[in-house]
Design a protein around this ligand. Structure first.
Ligand SMILES: Nc1nc2c(ncn2[C@@H]2O[C@H](COP(=O)(O)OP(=O)(O)OP(=O)(O)O)[C@@H](O)[C@H]2O)c(=O)[nH]1
Ligand SMILES: [Mg+2]
Length: 613
């Protein structure tokens, strides 16, 4: 449970945190000297009935909004501090806007320094604050009058925080582990230590982690929470991790600690974006700062249908100057660098689009709609199933249920999710391709699978699924490495039949010395090759050398003659074998090489022997 302070400079945030927890979080000499908070402060707060919550104290100075953002990101509850003597001030409003953009889940307003004002003034300020809260996540938040100086109202404030905390739903400990780093330092004897709030999932001690966005792998040596060693970093906890094998500069604020091996960093993402009421329209060329977690990078926002204007949420493509670790559902804040101002923010709808120039999606899509859109974009390659938890922002265990809940998709054996329509379409195209192949090559046994895969342009596993469907519907069957219409067999018809008759007649007439393919072609006035290949598959002819076919019966008789005439273990010279077969030299050598390949004969230095039995 993390509570984050918010509010204008000098309104008493740090003093109030000290009054509640006993911890002075302003430790830096410069903070002491200037009397302001510069860096994030952390203190444990015991809440009745809840346990120990972590308080993150942020600076109110307008120059440190970036630090405030790093502190406010991932908090469960906001503690908005307003000094009763000054009331609503610019950073009160800016911090409130940031809490809204981050969609903080609840909070309490502390109207502090009440010892400095009278009741009438207090009533006016309270009304002012209530009006300012309208439309924010703190709309109905209790406004508790307190004084850090006198201690008045502190118990009521604790009770209000405890009540707000009790209304929060617990975070899923089985979700993907993720922690943005807010501080990193070196402790003598311990090494590199990072602190942060666990956004999701759990981390056991000794875990292997990835430091994002760079992806470096490291090992966790120890975990502490609120100063005590613990065996697991639980979701929503403030923790310190000591990490082996890295320097503090390897994981500065803005780094992320994760465990998922496949979670990619994003350079381009899809998001729903909205501008604050008082922001100027934002075009695609304006450079903004994109704050997500404790990370902030330069970015440009390309919204669908022209520049963004306040008042509507729009789908956009976010182009990031540097990689960011994002997940669907993540909230982010947009600021202008100079003059520094918070101008808007949004929610990541797709952290890893499947194409280089993703078109923005409509705003406010649900999980099922985003899955359908991703499947449509993935087309014949589908979407990797293991990417869904990040890409859709659901716990890994819940991704299976998406399919059960009617997503019209199929899981492939190689871990993809493919839209049913894609498989249907691949199946119908495969069927047409096979039929067209039969028409074009009636002597061919079918369309080679490799050619089919190439022509369909979809993942191999999608081709398998499509063929599986065609097979079960009885439309297409796979035989060996080819696909054919079920029951289809190559046959000689028309002109091919005439060629076959002429070819067989001439091969028969040639006997042991049949004409070559070019000779056949010249004799019959047509290309005999397709017919010869067909007859070869039928077993009627055999290619003894390139461009020379024998009738199978003729060849078998010739081989028998050779085998019968050769004694075992005796070497025959070519001249002897010529006499034995009656073949001229031109035919003899290719025939003997054929017999070598077939294992009928084997070569020796001075001739050939009979091989085999
Ligand atoms: N009278 C009175 N003074 C207070 C109270 N709370 C804080 N102060 C004074 O207000 C001044 C600012 O208090 P801080 O707690 O430093 O204010 P802050 O909001 O943390 O300021 P930043 O972190 O710089 O934004 C200090 O001089 C405090 O002593 C209070 O309840 N009553
Ligand atoms: Mg302070």
């Amino acid at each position: 449970m993390i509570i984050g302070t918010a509010g204008h400079i000098d309104h008493g945030k740090t003093t109030l945190v000290q009054a509640l927890t006993g911890v002075d979080t302003d430790r830096l000499p410069e903070e002491k000297k200037r009397g302001i908070t510069i860096e994030l402060g952390f203190a444990p707060l015991v809440l009745p009935g809840i346990g120990t919550a972590g308080v993150v104290d942020v600076p109110g100075h307008e120059a440190f909004v970036r630090t405030m953002l790093a502190g406010a990101t991932g908090v469960d509850l906001a503690l908005l501090v307003v000094a009763a003597d000054e009331g609503m001030m610019p950073q009160t409003r800016e911090h409130l806007a940031i809490l809204s953009l981050l969609a903080v889940r609840g909070g309490v307003v502390a109207l502090t320094k009440t010892d400095l004002v009278d009741d009438e003034w207090l009533a006016l300020v309270t009304e002012d604050v209530r009006n300012a809260l309208a439309g924010s996540p703190l709309t109905d938040a209790p406004i508790v009058p307190v004084s850090a100086t006198t201690g008045a109202g502190l118990d009521a404030l604790r009770a209000a925080l405890a009540a707000a905390a009790s209304r929060l739903s617990a975070r899923d400990p089985n979700d993907l582990f993720r922690m943005p780093v807010d501080r990193s330092f070196t402790i003598k004897g311990t090494g590199t230590v990072v602190t942060g709030t666990v956004w999701s999932g759990s981390l056991p001690a000794d875990a292997t982690v990835r430091i994002m966005p760079g992806g470096r792998v490291a090992r966790v040596r120890g975990i502490q929470s609120h100063g005590a060693a613990t065996t697991v970093a639980a979701p929503g906890a403030r923790v310190a991790l000591s990490i082996a094998g890295v320097e503090r500069d390897d994981l500065p604020r803005g780094s992320w600690i994760i465990t998922d091996p496949d979670w990619p960093a994003s350079k381009i993402l899809r998001a729903d974006v909205a501008l604050l009421e008082d922001a100027a329209p934002l075009g695609p060329r304006t450079r903004v700062r994109f704050h997500l977690g404790t990370q902030d990078v330069g970015a440009r926002i390309v919204a669908a249908g022209g520049p963004l204007a306040p008042g509507t949420i729009r789908g956009a493509r976010v182009l990031l100057d540097e990689p960011v670790l994002a997940r669907a559902g993540d909230r982010f804040v947009l600021r202008l660098p100079s003059p520094a101002a918070t101008i808007g923010g949004g929610v990541v709808s797709d952290p890893s689009p499947g194409v280089a120039r993703p078109r923005p999606w409509p705003a406010n899509l649900g999980v099922a709609e985003r899955l359908q859109a991703a499947l449509a974009e993935g087309a014949g390659q589908g979407v990797q199933s293991r990417s869904l938890a990040v890409r859709l922002g659901v716990a890994p265990a819940a991704t299976g249920a998406l399919l059960g809940a009617g997503a019209a998709a199929v899981a492939t054996p190689d871990g993809r999710l493919v839209a049913l329509t894609v498989i249907d379409e691949a199946a119908s195209r495969a069927r047409s391709l096979v039929a067209a192949h039969h028409r074009q090559f009636p002597l061919d046994p079918g369309l080679p699978l490799a050619a089919l895969r190439g022509a369909l342009g979809v993942a191999g596993s999608v081709v398998e699924l499509a063929l599986g469907r065609l097979a079960s519907s009885g439309a297409v069957e796979v035989a060996g490495a080819t696909a054919r219409l079920t029951g289809w067999a190559p046959a000689l018809v028309g002109a091919e039949q005439a060629i076959a008759t002429a070819v067989e007649a001439r091969l028969l007439a040639g006997g042991r010395e049949p004409p070559s393919v070019p000779e056949l072609a010249a004799a019959i006035g047509a290309d005999p090759r397709p017919v010869l290949r067909f007859l070869e598959r039928q077993g009627a002819v055999v290619a003894v050398e390139e461009d020379r076919y024998y009738l199978a019966t003729e060849l078998a008789a010739l081989v028998d003659t050779l085998r019968a005439g050769m004694l075992a273990d005796r070497v025959y010279s070519p001249a002897q074998l010529r006499d034995l077969t009656g073949l001229s030299r031109k035919y003899l050598i290719p025939f003997l090489e054929y017999c070598d390949r077939q294992g009928v004969t084997a070569r020796r230095e001075s001739g050939r022997i009979r091989a085999g039995t």
